[in-house]
Design a protein around this ligand. Structure first.
Ligand SMILES: [Zn+2]
Length: 311
């Protein structure tokens, strides 16, 4: 995300003739005015608009698509199409379908709401593997949305190696809403004792105990699988959030129940990258970060990145 921000900054500088430092000051002032309710990228968009710079007529790369952007145009290869879903809202029937579009810089979930666009999918006129051109779409969170004023059509463009790997966007904790594919660099400041529970081996739902036997609501009497969950708190200097690490991912970090207390000491106070999705915990009414992956910080890369930002 920092790289994207840097690119937008460069673009604003190029179009406005202002120094990057000066633009950054404007962006920070905008954020301060909005009490930090807006991300750096969002504030950059506002500043760009105020300077009369528009990205309207420009074809953007997928990694350049930032939350809050309107009227964006880009080209992408369809790498996945979800089944068309129907819904009813205000007594009217609607349909929605998700495409995953990809270019050499990244990939993004793209949501079609317009029946004319969805028709193209249903009639197989646009299918997986096709390259499409999108105009006049908007970016909300990490998704592109196409309404009835947006355009979707097949493109003549040939895209070579597209990026199909799931991409995580770097964010600060105070910017996290409920969202997918987030990457945060933070310190582990607290680790709680692991919790154990039993799940049904078939549907993986929590099992209940009745008279010493385990039961699943769907599958009846079962021999349960043991699961484990570890909660911890991470802090990146902007805020803290509760992170949740499940069974399946524990092994990847070399954590087992036997070595937990040893590993706990090793991990506590460590700065790492955390990748995953933010979900609302309805019971406690707080957001929690469901971790899919933890990565070590590569200091060389980081220093290089910082260098780019400061120059
Ligand atoms: Zn079950």
């Amino acid at each position: 995300m920092l790289e994207n921000y840097d690119k937008v900054l460069e673009k604003i500088s190029k179009y406005s003739g202002l120094e990057k430092g000066e633009i950054e000051k404007k962006i920070e002032a905008k954020r301060a005015k909005l009490s930090g309710l807006i991300s750096k990228e969002g504030a950059a968009q506002v500043v760009a608009a105020e300077l009369g710079i528009s990205f309207d007529n420009e074809k953007l790369k997928i990694e350049e698509l930032l939350p809050g952007m309107r009227k964006v145009n880009f080209v992408g290869k369809v790498i996945e199409i979800s089944p068309v879903r129907e819904f009813i809202k205000n007594d009217r029937k609607g349909k929605v379908v998700n495409l995953f579009l990809s270019d050499e810089t990244g990939n993004i979930k793209t949501i079609l709401w317009d029946l004319n666009h969805i028709d193209l999918i249903e009639k197989n006129k646009i299918k997986e593997g096709d390259v499409v051109e999108i105009s006049n779409a908007s970016v909300r969170g990490n998704e592109v949305h196409l309404g009835s004023f947006s355009e979707l059509k097949l493109s003549e463009e040939v895209l070579g190696d597209v990026c199909t790997e799931k991409l995580f966007r770097e964010k600060e904790i105070n910017e996290l809403g409920v969202s997918d594919n987030i990457k945060v660099r933070a310190f582990i400041v607290q680790i709680f004792e692991p919790k154990f529970f039993n799940v049904c081996p078939e549907c993986k739902k929590k099992a209940s105990i009745q008279e010493g036997n385990f039961f699943c609501n769907t599958h009846g009497k079962i021999v349960p699988e043991k699961r484990c969950v570890i909660n911890f708190i991470i802090d990146d200097g902007t805020e803290t959030i509760r992170a949740v690490l499940f069974n399946e991912n524990l092994k990847e970090f070399g954590i087992s129940l036997e070595n937990f207390s040893e590993k706990k000491d090793e991990f506590l106070g460590k700065e790492l990258y955390f990748l995953g999705s933010v979900r609302k915990n309805k019971f406690f009414n707080v957001n929690e970060f469901i971790i899919e992956k933890i990565e070590e910080i590569n200091l060389d890369e980081l220093i290089e990145k910082m260098g780019k930002i400061n120059h």
